[in-house]
Ligand binder design. Sequence first.
Ligand code: ADP
Ligand code: ZN
Length: 748
Amino acid sequence: MTTAARLENQLEFSASKTTAETALVPVLLPIALDQTYDYLPPPGGPPPPGAFVTVPFGNQTRIGLVWYALSGDGEKKKVDPKKLKAINEILDIPPLPLLSLRFAEWIAKYTLSPLGMVARMLMSAREVFEPSKPRFGVTIVPGAPLPPRMTPARQRALEIAADRLIRPKATLARAAECTTGVIDGLVTAGCLVEAAIPEKRCPLPDPAYQVVEFTDEQQQAVDALYSAADAGNFSVTLLDGVTGSGKTEVYFEAVARTLARGRQVLIMLPEIALTSQFLSRFEARFGCAPVEWHSAQTGSERGRLWKAAASGEARVIVGARSALFLPYPDLGLIVIDEEHDGGFKQDDRVNYQARDMAVVRARLGDCPVVLASATPSIESHVNARTGKYRHLVLPGRFSGTKLPEITAIDLRTEQPDKGRWLSPRLVDAMAETLARGQQSLLFLNRRGYAPLTLCRACGHRLECPQCTAWLVEHRFKNRLNCHHCGFSLPIPDKCQKCGEEGTMTACGPGVERVAEEVSERFPEARIALLSSDLIPSLTEMRQVIKQIESGDTDIIIGTQLVAKGHHFPNLNLVGIVDGDLGLAQGADPRAGERTFQLLHQVTGRAGREAIRGRAFIQTHLPEHPVMAAILSGDRDAFIDQEIKIRQAGMLPPYGRLAALIVSAKDKETAELIARDVAHRAPPAELIQVLGPAEAPIAVIRGRYRWRILVKAPREIDLQNYLRAWLSRVPPLKGDNRLAVDIDPDSFL
Ligand code: ADP
Ligand code: ZN
C-alpha cells in the first residue's frame, strides 16, 4: 500500500468511528498491561488510530496511543461512565502506521508480553514527544558596512562567515580562533545577525551512484534479488556465502532496486558490526551515508531520526534490533546481515528474536526480506532446504583467495609452557607473520585477565556474593568483577578466608592475560586489545578498527568483538586460544552450532586479500564433530548432522521451545513457586514439560532462579497452551517473578 493509500485508510477509519456508540476512544499506555482504557474524545473530535495523545491517568498525565483493537480481540477496561475522563490533547506527531500497531499486536501475542510493553518499543525515542527547540546561530548580513573598529579576530570571523552559512556562535568563534564575545560584538555592530539553524535533513542515497561489475555467480544472485525486489511482495531469500564472497555488494543491489521504486529500506546488523567500514562502503555505493539507528546516538538525534523515518525522509536505515520498531510508512525491503547472530535475540522485558520478527514484519507489510550470513542458522538452512526460503549461494571469495588453511593444535600433546597459554607452534607462526610485516589475530572469548582467582594456601575461590559465578580479574582496572551483575571489588592482597598474604592466584586466561604473554614474547610488536569492557563506546571502537585496517597494529587480541563484520586486509594469521570454550554448554541445543559459527567467522578473518591465510585452533578435543567440521571445511556435513540431531530431538525448527523462568529473593520460594507452576501445566499429550530445575546460573543479582522448559511439536499452538497454563497460576506476590521466553536462546 502506498503512503497516500494508507493515510486515506486511516482517515476513513476515523470518520467512520465518530458515531455515538464508538464515541469513546481506547488508549493504550506504554506500561505492563494488556488492555486499553477508554477516554472521551478531545473537543476537536476523536483522533485516528495510532495517534499519540496525552491522557490523565491516576494523578499523572501520560502519553498513550489511540489503539482500536485492530485484530478484534483486544481487551478493554470498562470505566464507570461517571468517571470517564477526556483526552487532554492530540500530540502533533504523525500517527503510527496501522501496520506498526498490527505488528505490535502480533509480537505481544507471540511472545506473551503485555501489549503495552511492546507499544513502548514503538515509542523508543522519548525526544519525539518534546517540542523541538530550534537552534540558533549567526550569519552574515550581506552588504552591511564594516564596523568602525576592525580587529584581526573580527576580520577572520567575517571572512569565514562570508559563505553565508548559519553557524552556532561557538563554532564560528572556534573557526576564527576568537572568543564568542568577538562574535557578539559583530552582532551588535550589525555585521552578523542571529538566525535559526535549519534542521538537518537526511541525505538521499542514489541507487545509481556506483555501478558494480559482478562475477557470474554474483550476477545470478543479483538477478534473483532484483526479481524479489521488483515483485515487491513478501518473500524470504537466504544469501549464503563465505566471508568475502560479496554478500554485502550483492544485497546492496536489492537496496538500490527498492530505492529506485521509491520505498524505504531497513538493514539490520548486530550492533557491533555497525562499523565505519560498513558505512563507508554504503557511501561508496550510494553516494551518502545511511541513517544509523543505535544506542550510541544522542536523544535529540534519535528524536529527529524517528520523525525522519515516520515521514519517509529517511530512505535507508541501518540499525540494531530496535530499528525494527521505527514507524516506517512504506518499508519495501528488510536485510538482516549476520542473520545467525545471537545479538538479534533480546532477553529483557519483551523477549523477542529480531530476525524472526523482521520476517513477520515483512509478511505483514508484504515486502521481501534478505537474510545474509556466511554461517546461516540451522533454522534458516532448514527453511531453505524445504523451499520456504529462496537459497542463493556465493561459493567463493571475490578476491579468488582460498579460505584459510586451518590446523588444530592438540593441547594434550603440544602444551604451552607452564603459566603460558600459547603453544610453541602458534608462537612460531606469529613470529613468522610479524617478520613478514603481516598481522596476527588471537581470539579468546573471555574478557578480563583470569576467569578464576583462588587462594593457594586454603583453596578459597572468589565468588560473586549475588550470583553463581566466579569473580573475573580485570588487571588493567585492578578489580575483580562479576560478569552477570557488575559486582566489583579491588583485588585483595590477602585471602578473605584464611588471611594469608600474597596467596591469591589467577587461574586460566582471559584476553588481558594473553595480551601480557604476547607483549613479553614480542616486545617490539604493536598490540591492540579489543574487549568490550576496555572500549567504552562505538565511536572509540570504530577508531581502533580503523587503526587496525590501516596497518598500525601487528597483533590483535580480542573477544568476539573482533569476530564480526570486519575486513582487515593485512591480517594473515588467526590463533584460537581456546577452541573448546562454548562446547561444554550442556543444556543449550545451539552450543555446537554457535561454536561452529564463531570459529568459522574468526578463522575467516585470515587472508582475505592477496595471500592465503592460516589459522590455528588450540583444542583438547580435535575429534569433536564441530572441530572436525571446521578443520575439514565440510560445512554441509556438519549442517546435515545438526539437522538430524534437531529432528530427532524435536528441537527448533522441528519443534517449538519455551522457557518459564521463576525468580525470587530466596531459594525456597523460587523452588516452591516453580514446582507449583509446573504442577499446574494442563495435561497435553504432545507437549513435554521438563523441570522445574535449578537454572545453571542459579543466582543472578541475588535472585534465585528455577527454569521450566516446554517442548512441543511444530503444529501445536504453544502460545495458546501457555496462555491456558498461565491463567491457572495465581498472581505472584511481592517481587516474585515468572518470565516467559518463547524460542529461548539462552538456557542459563
Ligand atoms: P561478504 O559480505 O560476503 O563478506 P563483501 O561484500 O564484503 O563480502 O566483499 C568482500 C570484498 O570484495 C569487499 O572489499 C568488496 O568490496 C569486494 N567485492 C565483492 N564483490 C565485488 C565486485 N563484484 N566488484 C568489486 N569488488 C567486490
Ligand atoms: Zn554477580
